[in-house]
Write a protein that binds this ligand. Structure first.
Ligand code: CP
Length: 308
């Protein structure tokens, strides 16, 4: 069976195949009738145990555009609230013979765990602070679409790296595809040993943004910070927020990205978020095509490149 659990386990050739497939899927979303019968008869379970707007809706839209049957359950509407374990839940889902289970979970490693108990393909829609592979893949798709390549670009990622599964997956993915990744954050938001994933740590936001082809901003994940937020939002905006002055240090054709949700006025000013360099909403559009590609490759097509 084919899972998509993290970016580490994907070869560059597999990433390229996913991005190529997603490009084709995007054409379907641009037709007057945005639906093809490719995955008719397939059942996809969307199990989101944390809130989501973009990821959940785009996986659901992707399933429907490929004519798969998608069923959603959340933590509050499942028997998890009655004390049922994740493994028992997974076994019960499996008993209904789904083809794909998409899981978002607050605990790192949860999708890897359920994968051992189900025959369905498991797609990780974000687990704790660990990984968000479909987000990293749609980010790579967006960069490749805008820049024509990933190799050789300077990608700057700024924000709460410590609590960001997006940052981890993006650092691994972009460096795997030949980009140079520079990160910047308050010291309290940089995990020890992050360089091992394939990035360098910049001393300040100006150095990080200077000469960048892509600037990706991340929000402070207050829900994972506990009660103490340091720096405060005002201090954070002053020291680490992206505004027009700082963006001017990047390359002229820089693109600005953000996985969402944004905290406007904290990590990014509204004029930059809504400005000409921003591709933030195009990332969301690409999220549907990218997730269609993942469903096609795990449930209907061939994930391995011809050369494999
Ligand atoms: N990027 C992202 O994961 O957004 P959601 O939490 O809204 O799904």
């Amino acid at each position: 069976k084919k899972d998509v659990l993290d970016i580490e386990s994907l070869e560059p050739s597999e990433i390229s195949l996913i991005l190529d497939t997603a490009r084709g899927m995007k054409e379907i979303s641009e037709r007057p009738v945005k639906k093809v019968p490719t995955l008719r008869g397939k059942t996809i379970v969307l199990f989101f145990q944390e809130p989501s707007t973009r990821t959940k809706l785009s996986f659901d839209t992707a399933a429907k555009r490929l004519s798969a049957d998608s069923i959603s359950i959340s933590k509050s509407s499942s028997s998890i609230v009655k004390g049922e374990t994740l493994i028992d839940t997974a076994k019960n889902l499996e008993a209904m013979k789904p083809d794909v289970i998409v899981l978002r979970h607050p605990s790192s490693g949860a999708p890897h765990l359920i994968s051992k108990y189900v025959n369905a393909s498991v797609i990780n829609a974000g687990d704790g602070i660990h990984a968000h592979p479909s987000q990293a893949l749609l980010d790579m798709m967006s960069v490749r679409e805008k820049k024509g390549k990933i190799e050789g670009l300077k990608i700057s990622i700024i924000g709460d790296i410590a609590h960001s599964r997006v940052a981890r997956s993006d650092i691994i993915g972009f460096s795997k595809m030949g980009a140079t990744v520079s990160i910047c954050a308050p010291e309290t938001m940089i995990p020890m040993g992050i360089e091992k994933l394939g990035c360098t740590v910049s001393p300040n936001i100006e150095t990080c943004v200077e000469g960048a082809d892509v600037v990706m901003m991340l929000r402070i994940q207050k829900e994972r910070q506990g009660n103490i937020l340091f720096p405060t939002e005002r201090e954070y905006a002053a020291l680490f927020g992206l505004n027009k002055t700082r963006l001017a240090l990047a390359k002229k054709d820089v693109i600005v990205m953000h996985p969402g949700p944004m905290n406007r006025g904290v990590e990014i000013s509204s004029d930059v978020a809504d400005g000409q360099c921003s591709v933030i909403l195009e990332q969301v559009t690409n999220g549907v095509a990218l997730r269609m590609a993942l469903f096609y490759l795990v449930a209907g097509g061939n994930r391995h490149a011809d050369s494999d």
